[in-house]
Write a protein that binds this ligand. Sequence first.
Ligand code: AMP
Length: 424
Amino acid sequence: MTFQAPKGVSEYVPPRSALFEEAREAFANSARRACYGAMETAVFEDTALFVRGVGESSDVVRKEMYSFEDRGGREITLRPEFTAGVLRSVLENNLHKGALPVKVWTAGPAFRYERPQAGRYRQFYQFDLEAIGTQDPAVDAETIAVGYDAYTALGLRQFTLLLNSLGDPKCRPAYREALQNFLRGLGLDAETRERIELNPLRVLDDKRPEVRDQTANAPVMMDYLCAECKAHHDTVRGLLAGLGIPFTDAPRLVRGLDYYTRTTYEFDHALLGAQSGIGGGGRYDGLSEDIGGPPLPGIGFAVGLDRAVLAIESERALAPGEPARRNAGCQVFGVPLGEDTHRSMLTLVTALRRAGVRADMAFGARGLKGAMKAADRSGAAFAALIGGQERDHGTVRMKDLANGEQHDVPAAEAAAWLIERVLR
Ligand code: AMP
């Protein structure tokens, strides 16, 4: 019997995994340049953290969590999102008692029991970034810029930044009530009517055309923002314009998690069809108190790395699975032929690796034809051959795989010869 991964698990194997690494690194580099520190946090947490943090009325908590009782009788949930756990860890480690804001990033798998489809999985991957401890609108713009610059560095162009404000506990209740009154007057189905009472903002997110039509003229938060929230939002918009970051005002944008306040945003990709959200985030000024911490405003975003990979593939118009960048492969491929050549070849490739060259070699008793095929497939610029003749003469035969040119180089100079050509 053979096994398969459980339904809905997203996995990456070579060569496509190079694209995944590239996406994660682009975000990590962008975060490092803005002086965000790396964190590794719990993949599973007390269930109550998500119930209180993400919110009892959210779909994530009501329908999508992987929850179980562990052998010690604890209620445990695999993280469905990062923010609640990152904030929990920041508080537990007292980072908020040092310099503010606490600026951190992390990445890894998240888990939601959803209906699997293209771009939607039960185990998926996020890059997450958080700035905790300030209400300064400049940090809102900073987080957006870190995300925007990473997408851009990946070569993505066909995405849009959707921007909205969800207000705060001062102005949102009046809006919520106005929205509920509007929605109660529509002819919506029983489940949606239930949602009006529980989480009315989410009704605006309903993708069904018959619901969209009916809610087209629903009141929007933008018209209910208090003076402080309005000023905050205008400042963020001005800062983004100053940074040359294009955005679209999206007064109907709401997010799936309940903790958002004020600035909320989503990056949407034009070529991904139904699962077009490639990342999203916003402020969560009340979340710390919701999970038992001190008042501590924060903002952050999560990028769906699976969807970033799909977006890169669609924009580069590559067939899925084709290696996207040549430099993910190796630069030199060693071909040892016959007795007593593996040891000198391993010495050569190790010297190259220590100098920073990506080098591989043929293992096992492979003939010339098979080993050269492996060299071609590796993407290397040069093959380095040591056969019986080279061994006896103390040389290495270099073959330029682009044009077929060959050179015999003394073994003692082989590493330097290759380094000079590959790392130049
Ligand atoms: P959220 O935590 O819901 O704000 O999601 C942030 C980003 O994670 C989204 O924009 C998606 O790109 C990605 N994402 C969320 N859920 C899934 C899923 N089930 N499968 C793949 N990506 C997801």
